[in-house]
Design a protein around this ligand. Structure first.
Ligand code: UD1
Ligand code: CA
Length: 452
């Protein structure tokens, strides 16, 4: 059966103490509500109605505006009132899956199961048993039959003993839902229109109400403050770490690994502690990533070694390359196979050719380095005159002596040599030598000054 989804996300999230709407706070680098939207998209819902209340502009610039139906709940008068805002868009002959925007770890399989349970019932409810159900709506049963949900603040002492709670997620027919929503009132302890009241209405009409449970309670755990945000973040990171380890990645300490994006991996990858991976990253087989590295939107090919404390962003590291420790590959850095970049080397919009080396203390910007070149310690390409950027070409087999400044635009020919300490301002021809530094003067028997 066709179904649409309503995501409740209008709550203010006061306890986050933030100018960012609660549902935009990230888990694994992605807004929590986007996790839910992504999961729902896998289910094939015909429509996603997002009930929002605060931060429309922030929501619409962050989430895909056109992929959602936006339902404003101007005043937050309760979860039932929130669903009412989506009611005009709901068809009679479709099912409606209601979700909450602040429980991002809900799994596709759990929702599939809930949808399957609804096939044999008029209403299906996702419930969870909690050791400490304080604050949650309690599931009231007569025998096996669910007959109502009572909110904590409205419950009797006896009902407070019930451990089966409402997750806020449920599915029912559109026609039923709209009829029940229209009959809600706010005569309760919080003066709110409770969505949960539809359960008792359904029971009174003799409808069948079936409950289903998530595979673990973490899936339905909501985030209300930054302590819960951090704890859900850890749970999410643990899931990702486990997935990666099962794929053949060794994480030396899975509790000190963060993936904020998508990681595509080969096999026999070793990742040391405190590595942060962001955006879209690809790591080939037989590679190792040292401690404290940050990898952002980059590709690391097979047999590469990334030494500790390196930062690689929008860059490509070829096969058998070595990077770092303490290297920084900025956007547009491309290392061809077997090339090496060592400590305190920065590259931007630069290609380092096959087998070439820049092992120490160097800046290469807007530069094309051929194969088999050696860039000495302390080489700087001066690519910027304060207004414009210029390119440098360092051709195959060139040798750049230490502490050289190459003022772009510049061309260093094939197998050319630059003497250490040079400031290069003219083209160096193939096989040539350029020395551009003041000559050494020696004075014999130099008398040092004496203290007066
Ligand atoms: C709700 C349920 C409770 C359940 C609990 C699970 C009701 C009446 N109670 O309680 O049975 O155990 O969730 O976490 O449904 N929201 C709106 N507009 C509103 C009010 C809420 O969009 O006017 C959204 C919130 O942003 C949130 C969700 O609905 O995403 C749940 O609201 P919240 O206030 O957290 O519900 P609880 O009182 O915790
Ligand atoms: Ca509430």
């Amino acid at each position: 059966m066709n179904f649409s989804v309503v995501i409740l996300a209008a709550g203010k999230g006061t306890r986050m103490k933030s100018s960012l709407p609660k549902v935009l706070h990230p888990i694994g680098g992605k807004p929590m509500v986007q996790h839910i939207i992504d999961t729902v998209n896998k289910l094939g819902a015909s429509n996603i109605h997002l009930v929002y209340g605060h931060g429309r502009d922030q929501l619409q610039t962050t989430l895909n505006h056109n992929a959602l139906s936006w339902c404003l709940q101007d005043q937050q008068l309760g979860t039932g009132h929130a669903v009412q805002q989506a009611a005009p868009h709901i068809q009679d002959d479709e099912d409606v899956l209601i979700l909450v925007g602040d429980a991002p770890l809900i799994k596709e399989s759990t929702l599939q199961q809930l949808i399957a349970v609804k096939k044999n019932a008029d209403l299906a409810l996702l419930t969870v048993e909690l050791n400490d159900p304080t604050g949650m709506g309690r599931i009231i049963r007569q025998g096996e039959q669910v007959t109502a949900i009572v909110e904590h603040k409205d419950a009797t002492t006896e009902q407070h003993q019930i451990k089966e709670t409402n997750t806020g997620m449920m599915i029912m027919g559109g026609k039923d839902l709209k009829r029940w929503l229209a009959a809600l009132n706010n005569h309760n302890a919080q003066g709110e229109f409770y969505l949960t009241d539809v359960i008792e209405m359904a029971a009174n009409e003799g409808k069948s109400i079936h409950a289903s449970q998530p595979s673990s309670a973490i899936e339905v755990e909501g985030i209300n403050n930054r302590i819960q945000l951090a704890s859900i973040e850890r749970a999410y990171q643990t899931q990702q770490a486990n997935d990666l380890m099962l794929k053949g990645v060794s994480l030396l300490d899975p509790s000190r690994f963060d993936l904020r994006g998508e990681l595509e991996v080969g096999q026999d990858i070793t990742i040391d502690t405190n590595v942060i991976i962001q955006g879209k990253v690809k790591i080939g087989s037989n590679t190792s990533i040292g401690a404290n590295c940050t990898l952002i939107d980059c590709e690391i090919a097979d047999h590469a070694v990334i030494h500790p404390n390196s930062i690689i962003e929008q860059a490509c590291v070829g096969e058998n390359c070595s990077v770092g420790p303490f290297a920084r590959l900025r956007p547009g850095a491309i290392m061809k196979q077997k090339s090496r970049v060592g400590n305190f080397v920065e590259m931007k919009k630069t290609t380092l050719g096959e087998g070439s080396k820049a092992n120490h203390l160097t800046y290469l910007g807007d530069t094309e380095v051929g194969a088999g070149a050696n860039i000495g310690a302390g080489t700087i390409t001066c690519n910027y005159d304060g207004v414009n950027k210029f390119k440098t070409q360092i051709k195959d087999g060139a040798f750049i002596g230490s502490n050289s400044a190459i003022v772009a635009p510049a061309v260093i020919g094939v197998n050319a040599t630059v003497g250490a300490g040079s400031v290069i301002t003219k083209e160096v021809s193939d096989n040539g030598l350029a020395i551009a530094r003041s000559k050494q003067r020696n004075m014999d028997n130099w008398q040092r000054p004496e203290k007066k």
